[in-house]
Design a protein around this ligand. Structure first.
Ligand code: SF4
Length: 584
């Protein structure tokens, strides 16, 4: 009997790696070699990874097994149809058929639900007897003890950067709403015995890098610590995936680095704590990111940040803010994803209930398309911003800013960034969406006082004493900070002003407001609550000539500021306190 195991791949989209790209910086997936190792010895096995070789549908075979992720489901169904047309029975397995079995059953002779260890041999034996059942479901989460050595020898030679992919654990201790890991592996976190992992490492070509394909290699920190400490002897370079709480374990970071860890993929997901709360990513704390990233970097470990765009608190400023954060923290690599409600996840259920799913073309569920209705921007703006962010992050300007740091590792980081840059080049080019450009132009810090000059300053709080005024030189801001949010319900730009509004900063603010008035019909709400000082000239000149079609409201303006404003700006509306003006 001959079994053909297939890993489908994207067909001619700009997301598909070329064979050259796979060879220069990608690794072989472990699923097929592992399935081949589970196949009874008397059965001949052939592996086809569509990322590196085409499928010959006419090559004789007795059974086809296809591993299916959601975004490749359509392609898997096409492949299945071709083989079934030729009378070859097809088994579909993996995450998508397991979490969405009804659909998969319509495209195969049988489906395999759950992990393969307990069901693959019965499937092969039943196929030999011509008695395939329509469905095989694993009744338990298998132990990871005594797993056979994956059949890496069956992978296409010379096609990958490395075939040293290896797994130490399955599952993740967390359960984020958008992730299918815990839904597929159950609320379990299972580890292989460390001696077995080490024995497997010893069979590999250690001159090539090693990739641990765990979903979270530090799910059990004590296990990971022992593994890393015992790996030091091999002097190999390796990378994996883990959660940001790695930064809480100095000993673990040290052991990881000493055992050869050069980079970790870490799902930071979003820089907004409200978003993290929404998707129940409790392991991440946005306000601790700077510190956590610095600690990991200080241990010599690079970060490939997984970033999701389009969550419910993301307006069109998210692209620029995310880029700014990644550059400030000098994140070495990043992969961006448009939020994707993968079937079987909590997020998918929620979006389905809320009627926000736009379509079910699974080939668009790869993180590069908007398949749901975003809350604070249009689906088109989300895609444009996604491409803009990718191009900006892998621009030479950004690469140098993030990875320029004399040292041997810099060349490695630079080379990998340039490889990404070459790949990103074929992505569509987009400007920032229009509103994002407005936000980008308005946000920032403008100079207010070239030198300490207290003349004419009017404090926000009139009770400020003469003594305080004499001391302001030491304490006052010399800038006006302008932070703008979109207030969607009111269709208004909510402008927070902080610092000093004098003639110099007012001129810059006026230019920005004028730009916004030209580019958008939205109202403008200026919040004066954090204006530390103003001058009469600043208060008189910060607005462009009044535009009757647009309403300008000023919030939290003290009476002594208001006198100046009323004298020079007719038609401004003043608001003292209004809860519904809080930015969203
Ligand atoms: S921490 Fe990562 S792997 Fe674990 S559930 Fe969340 S997204 Fe998935």
């Amino acid at each position: 009997m001959k079994v053909t195991l297939i890993s489908p791949d994207l067909q001619s989209t700009h997301f598909k790696f070329t064979p050259k790209e796979v060879k220069s910086f990608w690794f072989a997936k472990l699923t097929l070699p592992h399935l081949a190792a589970l196949t009874p010895e008397d059965v001949e096995v052939r592996l086809i990874d569509e990322a590196v070789e085409p499928i010959n549908f006419d090559e004789p075979t007795d059974l086809v097994g296809i591993t299916v992720n959601t975004y490749l489901a359509m392609r898997a169904y096409e492949i299945s149809a071709e083989f079934r047309k030729r009378g070859v029975p097809v088994v579909l397995g993996g995450i998508h058929p397991s979490l969405y079995p009804q659909e998969a059953m319509r495209h195969a002779d049988t489906i395999a639900i759950g992990e393969a260890e307990n069901i693959w041999t019965p499937i092969v034996r039943d196929a030999q007897k011509g008695r395939l059942q329509p469905k095989y479901a694993s009744q338990e989460y298998p132990s990871l003890q005594d797993l056979p050595l994956p059949r890496r020898d069956l992978l296409k030679k010379g096609a990958y950067l490395t075939t040293n992919t290896i797994q130490t654990s399955r599952g993740c201790p967390y359960h984020c709403d958008f992730c299918s890991v815990t839904d597929f592996f159950g609320h379990t976190y299972r580890c292989r015995p460390i001696p077995e992992v080490l024995r497997e490492i010893e069979t590999l070509n250690l001159s090539r890098p090693l990739v641990f394909v765990d979903d979270n290699i530090i799910g059990k920190p004590q296990y990971a610590l022992e593994l890393f400490q015992r790996m030091k002897q091999y002097k190999v370079r390796w990378g994996s995936q883990c959660s940001i709480n790695l930064a809480k374990h100095p000993e673990l970071m040290k052991a990881a680095r000493e055992s050869g860890c050069v980079a970790m993929f870490i799902g930071l997901e979003t820089i907004d704590q409200h978003n993290l709360n929404d998707v129940h990513k409790g392991v991440n704390h946005a306000n601790a990111y700077y510190d956590a990233i610095k600690r990991i970097h200080d241990h010599g470990i690079s970060i490939n940040a997984g970033m999701i765009l389009g969550m419910d608190h993301d307006d069109e400023s998210v692209f620029e803010r995310t880029l700014e954060f990644l550059e400030k923290t000098r994140i070495e690599y990043a992969t961006f994803h448009i939020l994707t409600p993968v079937p079987g996840t909590v997020l998918h259920q929620r979006m389905e209930q809320d009627g926000r799913i736009l379509h079910r073309d699974w080939s668009k569920y790869n993180g590069g398309y908007t398949v749901f209705r975003p809350k604070l921007m249009s689906p088109e703006a989300l895609e444009e911003g996604y491409y803009w962010t990718y191009h900006q992050f892998y621009s030479m300007r950004s690469i140098l800013k993030r990875v320029f740091d004399p040292g041997i590792e810099m060349f490695y980081k630079l080379a990998l960034n340039l490889a990404y840059k070459r790949m990103i080049r074929r992505f569509p080019h987009h400007d920032l969406p229009e509103m994002a450009q407005v936000l980008q132009t308005m946000n920032g810090e403008v100079h207010a006082i070239p030198e300490v000059n207290k003349k004419g300053l009017i404090p926000y709080t009139i009770e400020v004493t003469q003594q305080t005024m004499r001391n302001v030189g030491e304490t006052m801001d010399r800038f006006l900070r302008i932070r703008v949010h979109q207030h969607h319900r009111l269709q208004a730009l909510f402008v927070e002003l902080t610092g000093v509004l004098n003639g110099i900063s007012a001129r810059r603010l006026r230019e920005r407001i004028a730009y916004a008035l030209q580019r958008t019909q939205w109202d403008i709400i200026l919040n004066f609550e954090h204006v530390q000082f103003a001058t009469a000239r600043g208060l008189q000149s910060f607005l462009p000539p009044y535009h009757p079609a647009v309403r300008i409201k000023c919030l939290h303006v003290p009476r002594h500021f208001r006198e100046h404003l009323e004298r020079f700006h007719q038609g401004i509306e003043f608001i003292d306190q209004a809860d519904d003006l809080l930015p969203v």
